[in-house]
Design a protein around this ligand. Sequence first.
Ligand code: 5GP
Length: 177
Amino acid sequence: MGTVKVHDKTFEIYITEAEIQQRVKEIAEQINKDYAGKRPLFIAILNGSFMFAADLFKHLRIEAELCFIKLASYKGMKSSGKVVTSIGLEEDLFGKEVIIVEDIVDTGKTLHNFLPKLMHQQPKSMKITALLHKSAATEYPLTLDYVGFDIPNKFVVGYGLDYDGLGRNLKEIYQVI
Ligand code: 5GP
């Protein structure tokens, strides 16, 4: 019951469904306070954040908009590495209060590379909520405004997060053994 097998790996339960739900509710309540009288636009990053975004949204009592985008990385012309671009962002961010919804921040590279592209549209404000943060793995500076759980640098699945396509449906978060 406490372990699951996904592909070739075994995972043990690390954060229970009740713990996740409680923490998500607390984050939503904080956002309700911080954004009282405002109308933030939540930009949830697919695929991993779909469950977190859905549960978070259910607890919001403020007016709020939500859209989902997908990040795609491709090799740039220079050898300097990958360039991140987004698919599905139709909203104009100018003057908006934006909250990015991410499942997990590991090295911080993805958001560090992507945020300047959003800032280019001149939103009024930009904050980040991440359910999980591997703070010990940070390589790229990033300010996370609402964090669910700070976790060790071990691979996790469940609650939207996958291992090679599987495991997203698990209600709990599991850590590789
Ligand atoms: P970063 O750019 O912060 O290093 O990595 C962020 C992305 O890496 C996440 O959005 C997620 O797709 C993936 N990732 C990092 N750690 C994990 C993990 O433990 N489990 C899963 N399933 N994905 C992870």
